[in-house]
Every structure is written in structure tokens, then in C-alpha cells.
Design a protein around this ligand. Structure first.
Ligand SMILES: *Cc1c(COP(=O)(O)O)cnc(C)c1O
Length: 366
């Protein structure tokens, strides 16, 4: 079976050494030495400051909303955040979970990210934030979004779950927005089994979030504010340190997979237009086929050959009733969600396998 992605398993000896240290110290969680080491190594690798590790990418979003205060009602009614419908459910469900109503604005049909020109029409007196997604690692139009946010005094929280290591104009993409969140789930480019991080623009927001992830406790007998448990533990950090040591190889492997697919498939279907000035991390290999019938045909022909492609991201979130979005729909997102399929990409995927998968795509796409 060839899955759409495989969790990367780092060198076992190295992991064992970290585990030996954990056994010696008997310090398993609550900001242990490995969590501190991973925090500074990630800041260095990514080229950012004010990074906070948290237990997953969904809580990263929720803590970011709370640290920035966007969950607070406006005139005793729920606040609103403008977001994209073309993403993983957690972007929008995390808002709803925090009592913020997601309001969907449509995507750009070429970049597949939230289109800045669709944002302003959705702003109301309730709007507190914009929550765009660097979908499949493609940088949003951060400058246009920042201009709109400043004009209307809104916070910007980027769901950067796919954008690990992406640079824009020579700097980390994660520096854009009041906060940017990452997911370190096992299936992501970089992982800690489960985990995530928030990169804050301002140190004071980081400090508030630090308290929040540990129940609001600030001392042995002191509880300063409302909090939750979103801590990472030493075992997660040990995995992260090992994976980070091999990140260059992981990235090179994924780039090679992308290049092999491109070699077999170039020009056979619509690809995402990558933002000018941005690097690309090869986290996904999405293909937009002509229509949904072709997607279904391809999925089933791949399944017959033991290949599991995935329809990331379907359905378009403006059609998910649990999110209680307003009646306006996002036609570009719905059209794309019907046509999209992500092909397998991971370290260790063989060229013969890529060729076999590509042949199936060509049978359907031509
Ligand atoms: C994976 C993902 C999340 C959620 O991250 P978890 O670590 O699984 O909680 C949120 N948003 C996007 C876009 C994702 O792909």
C-alpha cells in the first residue's frame, strides 16, 4: 500500500540517546530541557523569535486567538473572523470552538489562498481578525492582507501548518501576521508525533500564551488567568530534535519526488501558482483535474493499484453545516475542492512508484 504520506521515522540510535537522558533526569513534561532545546533550535532553523511549542496545531490556533483576544465578543455578540474555506477543517473549527464565527471569503483560483480582494466585503462591526492559510505551503499575499488589516484594525493569524521552512523575500514567512501557527502532526513535513507551535510577532503575546498553555498558573500558589493544558512533553521534543537533525534530507527527498512527478506529468493538469518571491517546501503534491468525475475515476484506479491519494481539501468548508457559516458561498473554493487530489509524497517513495502513479494520472487526465 502506498499512502498519501508516511510519517518520517528518524535515526533510532539518536532517539534512544535522548530517551536515556529522559530516564536519567526523570523530567517528562512541564517545559523540560528538551522542550527548551527544541524551541531554540526551531527558532534558529526557521529564523524567527517568540516561538512557543504547544501540544498540537489546533491548540496552536486556539491559543493564538485567545492570546490576541480575538475570541472576545463584540457588543455582547460573537466576534467574527474572515477565513478561507479551502483548508483543513481545524482552521475554521478552532474559531467556532473558541466562540468566534468563521466568515468565509473566496480563494484566488490560481494561488488557492484567500484572495485579498474578497476580504473587505466580508468585514462587519463584529470582525476582529483575518485567518488566512498558506495552503499547501504557498505563501498568501501577505502585503495586501496586512494593508487591509491595518486599515480596519484587525488582527491577522496565519494558519501556517503547511508552511514549515518557507521563506518570503529572504525572510521567514512566519514573521507575517500578529501570529503564525504550525502543526507538527506525524504526517506533516516536520513533526513531533503530535505537536505544534505559535510564532508571535510581539513578545508580550508570547508571554501571555506561555501562561495560557499551563492552566494560567504562574507560580506554585499563583493562578493569574484562565488557561488550558497545551504543553508539549519531553518525548515529543526528543522526536522533534531527531527529525530536525534530518530535515535537510527530508526536504531534499520531497523535492526529488516533486521533480519526478513534474517530469512525468508536467502540463497535464492545473497546478497551484506559487507566490512570487516565496520559496516552496514540497510538503504536498496537489493536482487539480478537469472535473470531479476525473478525480473519482483516478482515486479508484489508484486504489486498485494499492495507492491511496487524498482529496485535500474536500469539502469546501463553506458547505460544512457544523460551522454555521452565513448563506453566501464561495464558488471558486467549491469548484477547486471538487477537482483537487493530492498524490503521495514522502521520503522513501521510489521513482518506479512515482512513474506508476503518474501513468494512472495520465490515463485519466488526458
Ligand atoms: C494539520 C493541520 C491543522 C491541525 O494540526 P494538528 O496538529 O493536527 O492539530 C490545522 N490547519 C491545517 C491547515 C492543517 O493542515
Amino acid at each position: 500500500m502506498i499512502p498519501v504520506t508516511k510519517p518520517f521515522l528518524p535515526n533510532r540510535e539518536k532517539l534512544n540517546q535522548y530517551l536515556d537522558g529522559i530516564y536519567e533526569r526523570n523530567w517528562l513534561t512541564n517545559n523540560g530541557p528538551l522542550v527548551q532545546e527544541l524551541t531554540s533550535k526551531l527558532e534558529e532553523y526557521l529564523g524567527v523569535e517568540n516561538l512557543l511549542l504547544v501540544s498540537n496545531g489546533t491548540l496552536a490556533l486556539q491559543i493564538a486567538y485567545r492570546a490576541l483576544g480575538i475570541n472576545e465578543p463584540v457588543n455582547r455578540k460573537p466576534a467574527e473572523a474572515i477565513t478561507t474555506p479551502f483548508t483543513f477543517i481545524a482552521t475554521a473549527s478552532s474559531l467556532k470552538w473558541e466562540g468566534v464565527q468563521p466568515v468565509f471569503a473566496d480563494i484566488d483560483p490560481a494561488t488557492w489562498c484567500l484572495a485579498p480582494e474578497n476580504i473587505e466585503a466580508k468585514i462587519t462591526s463584529q470582525t476582529r481578525a483575518i485567518v488566512p492559510v498558506h495552503v499547501f505551503g504557498n505563501a498568501c499575499d501577505v502585503e495586501a492582507i496586512s494593508t487591509i488589516a491595518q486599515k480596519h484594525n484587525l488582527k491577522v493569524i496565519y494558519d501556517a501548518s503547511h508552511a514549515f521552512g518557507v521563506h518570503y523575500k529572504g525572510e521567514s514567512l512566519l514573521k507575517h501576521g500578529d501570529a503564525a501557527t504550525l502543526s507538527f502532526h506525524a504526517t506533516k513535513l516536520f513533526h513531533t508525533v503530535e505537536g505544534g507551535a505559535i510564532v508571535f510577532k510581539r513578545k508580550e503575546d508570547l508571554e501571555r500564551a506561555k501562561k495560557m498553555i499551563n492552566f494560567g498558573i504562574t507560580g506554585p500558589e499563583h493562578i493569574e488567568e484562565l488557561g488550558i493544558n497545551a504543553k508539549v512533553n519531553e518525548l515529543q521534543a526528543a522526536m522533534g530534535l531527531c527529525v530536525l537533525d534530518e530535515i535537510e534530507q527530508i526536504s531534499a527527498d520531497r523535492q526529488a519526488v516533486t521533480e519526478a512527478y513534474n517530469h512525468f506529468l508536467d502540463g497535464k493538469f492545473q497546478k497551484q501558482r506559487i507566490q512570487a518571491g516565496a520559496s516552496f517546501n514540497h510538503a504536498y503534491y496537489p493536482a487539480a483535474l478537469e472535473n470531479e468525475a476525473k478525480v473519482i475515476e483516478l482515486m479508484s484506479s489508484l486504489r486498485d493499484s494499492g495507492v491511496l491519494a487524498r482529496r485535500y481539501f474536500y469539502p469546501s468548508l463553506d458547505s460544512v453545516s457544523a460551522l454555521e457559516a452565513t448563506s453566501t458561498t464561495c464558488p471558486e473554493s467549491r469548484k477547486l475542492a471538487e477537482r483537487i487530489v493530492c498524490l503521495p509524497i514522502y521520503s522513501g517513495l521510489k521513482v518506479e512508484e512515482i512513474e506508476m502513479i503518474s501513468k494512472k494520472v495520465l490515463e485519466v487526465a488526458q
